[in-house]
Design a protein around this ligand. Sequence first.
Ligand SMILES: Cc1ncc(COP(=O)(O)O)c(C=O)c1O
Length: 470
Amino acid sequence: MTDLAQHRLEPDALLLLLGPRPDGAVGRWIEDGLRTAIVDGRLSAGAVLPSSRDTATALGVARGTVTTALDLLVGDGLLVSRPRAGVAVAALRGPSAASASMASDPVPAPRPARAPSVGTPDPALFPRTAWSRAVRSATAGLPDSDLGYPDPQGLPALREALADHLRQARGAQARARDVVVVSGVAQGLTLLAGLLAARGAGTSAPPRVAVEDPSSPGAVDLLLAAGLGVDPVPVDDDGLRTDLLPDASAVLVTPAHQFPLGVVLAPDRRREVLAWAGAGDRYVLEDDYDAELRYDRRPVAALQAMDPDRVVLLGSVSKMLSPALRLGWVLAPPQLVGPLVEAKTRADLGCSVPEQAALADLLRGGAYGRHLRRVRTIYRRRRAVLLDALAAQAPGLRVRGVDAGLHVVVELGSRGAEEEAVRVLAGAGVPALALSATGARPGERFGVVVGTARVRDGQVGAVVRAVRAK
Ligand SMILES: Cc1ncc(COP(=O)(O)O)c(C=O)c1O
């Protein structure tokens, strides 16, 4: 593992941890954001914060505001201030500081319901009958030998079916022996981040991963939690600005449909990102985010097809079937398969065999393809209805992204408009995320990411009102 005592945070990483900046009370924003990150473990013991001067510049606040917030956390024992070494995260006792305050209250407070993510399919369209049938028949057909601990790499029948699917649907160079079944893109990324962090063990600085800016806040959190440094790289209409790629161990990209801006990585950028990877001992982590949902043409092929020794393709059933299944895959360069399987074994000994067998049945029997064609038609129509209404009733607003996927970005002019839009959409039951929550430079770009796949006709008016609210 990386030596966390040496782990120095970059000001940009701090921005990602704190999330969007509020209009007022910026001191509380810094204090509360750091407190939460320390208590829930995203900031590990020993991590050194940037200087108060650098932090103030990065956050666009007065230096005194930063020092006051840090002093309060030092006073609480969550940070330690060491002469000349800077301010570092203190070692907490027990599972987390939060548990101390719950010690006298054995019944934890109920967690608030998780807001529907903007990048999720409509749960009402989950193919319950086909899935139940597949689980029943796959379970009935499993030999006793498959009911012990699973092959941690994944059920061979599923790896075969996935390799076929990835070749046909994504143009990937896929062999069953290079597929590792995981519980989703999130787990695949966590395992890969652990491998990258281990490569940096013994060096003075943690390995760094370039990420798209803006990008999925959850994915960035996973990398930071693994002890990696994160370097945000801007995204424009052609995708990741490959000319700005830093010297890093890997880059995490969503080439087929960027999250959240919805652009596609242009052909020359695809070549450039591979050239960058080839020029060093680097990997491209390709998050195949909702890639199969292109409405105007065939989806662009996976980048993995162009360099299977450097590109790691990550995907899951979360966008096509349901994130509740927790099933996904990593199509890895051959040299990473062994280490990934070891990491997967250490993590959880492997995924559920009956569920893997059911997914193999769905893929082999054609039910997965039928479901995909059905939801593609529905999501395409929902997106078109919403965009037509926005064009007619809110002309002048910029809607980003190609005709694809589960979400759309509507750009807005100010933080106030963004906050109001997210509030109104939440009230209307429409999945929404502030665009500034997805970027490393929250003060620069405002808008709302709307989960179009779940917007029914009756909710279209609410979306129009929300983005016109200010
Ligand atoms: C861009 C992106 N990548 C990956 C994930 C995680 O997906 P999974 O459910 O496969 O872990 C999400 C979650 O919504 C996401 O938005």
